[in-house]
Design a protein. Structure first.
Length: 154
């Protein structure tokens, strides 16, 4: 039985994709060492307290690469599977009014933190697992500091 070349290529691509998904297997989050960061306490912040903090950037870079890059891409450049996090707060960057800009960044910080803490689930499908209880607040904000540094220029 002969098959057209595009059917064979499609079958081959599907086989490779399914093997890579199976080979990926379950992913265990890697611990994030936040001892070098100022402690934030038990009350969750609604804005990134580490914005522009050099040590938080260092911790966040490592944490992102170990825990987030597999879905969101190396250096936060998405391969199309998960959102491109360099564009997370792109609407804020172009705001001319300083008060509106600050409010926009605060709102996006809240959105980011809720997404990381609670994960993303739609119609019962887990698009992003929750990280509350896995990462502490310091780790989550350090990762946001890294993402801020990777923000795509407009």
């Amino acid at each position: 039985m002969k098959y057209p070349i595009r059917v064979l290529l499609g079958a081959a691509a599907l086989s490779i994709a399914s093997l890579s998904a199976v080979a990926h297997g379950p992913v265990t989050p890697q611990a994030v060492d936040t001892r070098s960061l100022p402690p934030l306490g038990d009350k969750w912040r609604d804005e990134n307290p580490y914005r522009g903090h050099p040590q938080a950037l260092k911790v966040g870079t490592s944490a992102y690469n170990q825990n987030c890059a597999r879905c969101h891409g190396l250096e936060a450049v998405s391969g199309g599977i998960a959102p491109d996090l360099r564009q997370l707060d792109k609407d804020c960057v172009t705001q001319k009014n300083a008060a509106k800009k600050a409010a926009c960044f605060k709102e996006m910080d809240e959105y980011y933190l809720a997404s990381v803490r609670k994960g993303k689930v739609r119609n019962g499908a887990v698009y992003m697992p929750p990280f509350e209880g896995v990462f502490n607040q310091e780790a989550m904000w350090a990762i946001k500091t890294y993402l801020d540094s990777r923000r795509e220029a407009n």
